[in-house]
Design a protein around this ligand. Structure first.
Ligand code: AMP
Length: 228
């Protein structure tokens, strides 16, 4: 990553947390509220898999097993996306970095344009609750809004409140077996980043077991504090 193709990005926020912690939901709310771009490497990889690109073909089986895709693939995908003009207004990284190598690559990329991370927010949750959370979640195929069988149901069953769409989809890797691998990968490879960002004095911790709206309010206050 040399950062040469990358312009200045107004703010860079990182959401850390295990699968099911609510990173995607909160990132979407921050996107709407602050005008930042939500950038999910999981979404970018799923798009690459659907498009059948070389990176997608290499990533598919790894994702199905709930393991981490190699750093070189993920860093290349993220770097390309960050160079898009819409990212200049600020980004919320959801699911990246997930390894120390990725975190260091991001620092190098930002340093090349004289920037640094504004804040890393760690969404802290109980592992035991994550399997239930993940097993019940689905998204609207039309607009991407996230829903849940128990915790966030649309007003009319099967109809998206946000766009009126009726096609809902569930992720292939949201099953109990794969979730166990994903949690394991989180603890082994991603949780060390909490200390990494703590040492850089940019870490904020949030108890993410509560109400979605209350967590969003708390996150909003942090984001305002670190981006103004
Ligand atoms: P997510 O949508 O963030 O839960 O990611 C789904 C899957 O994509 C993960 O289980 C990994 O296989 C892969 N993935 C997403 N982001 C990364 C990343 N930053 N590094 C490695 N693998 C990733």
């Amino acid at each position: 990553m040399d950062g040469s193709s990358n312009g200045v990005i107004a703010s860079v926020l990182i959401l850390l947390g295990p699968p099911g912690a609510g990173k995607g939901t909160q990132a979407r709310m921050l996107e709407e509220r602050f005008g930042f771009v939500q950038l999910s490497t999981g979404d970018l990889l799923r798009a690459a898999v659907s498009a059948g690109t070389e990176a997608g073909l290499r990533a598919k089986a790894v994702m199905e097993a709930g393991e981490l895709v190699s750093d070189d693939i993920v860093i290349a995908i993220l770097k390309d996306r960050l160079a898009d003009p819409d990212c200049a207004k600020g980004v919320i990284l959801d699911g990246f970095p997930r390894t120390t190598v990725q975190a260091e690559a991001l620092d190098t990329l930002l340093e090349a344009s004289g920037q640094r991370i504004n804040g890393a927010i760690s969404l802290e949750v109980d592992d035991a609750a994550m399997v239930t959370r993940i097993a019940g979640r689905y998204t609207c195929a039309g607009c991407g809004e996230g829903w849940h069988d128990s915790f966030k149901q649309p007003k009319t069953a099967g109809v998206c409140d946000n766009c009126g769409g009726t096609e809902m989809k569930r992720r292939a890797d949201d099953n109990a077996e794969t979730v166990a691998s994903r949690l394991e990968a989180y603890h082994a490879q991603t949780a060390p980043l909490i200390t990494y960002y703590q040492n850089k004095a940019v870490l904020h911790r949030i108890n993410a077991m509560g109400d979605i709206a209350e967590i969003a309010t708390e996150m909003g206050a942090i984001v305002r504090g670190v981006t103004q």
